[in-house]
Write a protein that binds this ligand. Structure first.
Ligand code: SAM
Ligand code: DTB
Ligand code: SF4
Length: 319
């Protein structure tokens, strides 16, 4: 039974999204780029930088994630970073052109303790650097969302990851409905929603279509939509997953661009494994945001200088 939830409408039925996703490839990319030109600034890409402010020991069992305590992965684990360290990272990101700073914590949900007070303090200090501030901290109540909003939070990232049906194969410790409820709390508090997913988890094409359908039917639609290509990490159940066909990534981005025309579509995890040509094709298809900086949360990402080179070659500007 699909979940019934206030912020989920049924404006875009599955068949409409599938019809677009399944178009001949060139037709799809052409349509996506045409919509892109009508709705987004041209040749401009938003640069966001991540900070893993609390790493590892997460009780959840997300099969892709190196930070789950259930899997034996080789990551650095630590408790909440000190404010000074986070602000140092935010300044470094700003100096390298990032306009959005996104802080991630390996939590199931946000604790109501000193850690949360510290995060509120960090959020207001990052906002004072005149950067957009985003957090991704797990499940959130409405009251917590209001406190984050008051501290100056711009956006909250909370991904649906895949279709409701396939979700159960990937995560068993929480439900799709839990995810939708947090997204509801975030938008009710007046915070921008950043919500997307992962491709390459072993899902079918219909799961990718379902995911984009659900994202498009969120009301309001998300302000940003991260599309992550699975980064396989040794020790996780998905370590041996074979890479997804690149054209499926481009199809996913194109379809997201067409159905969520006002959102920033973020080409997120997995760029290190992509050629420059594939990334350029993703930009043509409507991706207009990336994560910059040597690390995502625990895995590697292209360096600032490598991305600068790519931007010069493609004559792209930072937003
Ligand atoms: N714990 C919080 C949560 O789950 O919402 C926030 C951090 S979590 C690491 C943020 C997102 O990163 C996940 O929802 C997932 O979409 C993405 N992610 C995590 N590991 C990944 C991987 N190995 N490859 C691609 N994306 C990944
Ligand atoms: C999102 O959708 N992707 C980012 C961000 N939101 C938090 C995280 C990607 C994590 C990739 C695996 C890692 O580095 O641990
Ligand atoms: Fe925990 Fe988030 Fe990783 Fe899932 S994706 S294990 S909730 S840090």
């Amino acid at each position: 039974m699909p979940v019934k939830i206030k912020n989920l409408k049924n404006l875009y039925p599955y068949d409409d999204v599938a019809e677009i996703y399944d178009l001949p490839f060139l037709e799809l990319v052409f349509r996506a780029h045409s919509i892109h030109r009508l709705n987004q600034p041209l040749n401009k890409i938003q640069l966001c930088t991540l900070s893993n402010i609390k790493s590892g020991n997460c009780p959840e069992d997300c099969k892709y994630c190196p930070q789950s305590s259930r899997y034996n992965t080789e990551i650095e684990k630590y408790k909440l970073l000190h404010k000074d360290e986070v602000l140092k990272q935010a300044l470094h990101a700003k100096e390298n052109g990032a306009t959005r700073f996104c802080m991630g914590a390996a939590w199931r949900d946000v604790p109501d303790n000193k850690d949360f007070d510290d995060i509120l303090n960090i959020v207001s200090n990052v906002a004072a650097l005149k950067m957009e501030v985003c957090c991704t901290l797990g499940m959130l109540t409405y009251e917590q969302a209001i406190r984050l909003k008051d501290a100056g939070l711009t956006a909250y990232n909370h991904n649906l990851d895949t279709s409701e049906e396939y979700y159960k194969e990937i995560i068993t410790t929480r439900t799709y409905k839990d995810r939708l409820e947090t997204i509801q709390n975030v938008s009710d508090a007046g915070i921008q929603v950043c919500c997307g997913g992962i491709v390459g988890l072993g899902e079918d094409r219909k799961d990718r279509i379902e995911l984009i359908k659900t994202l498009a039917n969120l009301s309001p639609q998300p302000e940003s939509v991260p599309i992550n290509a699975l980064v396989t990490v040794k020790g996780t159940p998905l370590e041996g997953q074979k890479p997804i066909d690149s054209f499926e990534i481009v199809r996913s981005i194109s379809t997201a661009r067409i159905f969520i025309p006002k959102a920033k579509v973020r080409l997120s995890a997995g760029r290190l494994e992509m050629s420059e040509e594939l990334q350029a094709l993703c930009f043509l298809a409507g991706a207009n945001s990336i994560f910059t900086g040597e690390k995502l949360l625990t895995t590697d990402n292209p360096s600032f200088s490598k991305d600068k080179e790519l931007f010069q070659k493609l004559k792209l500007d930072a937003m």
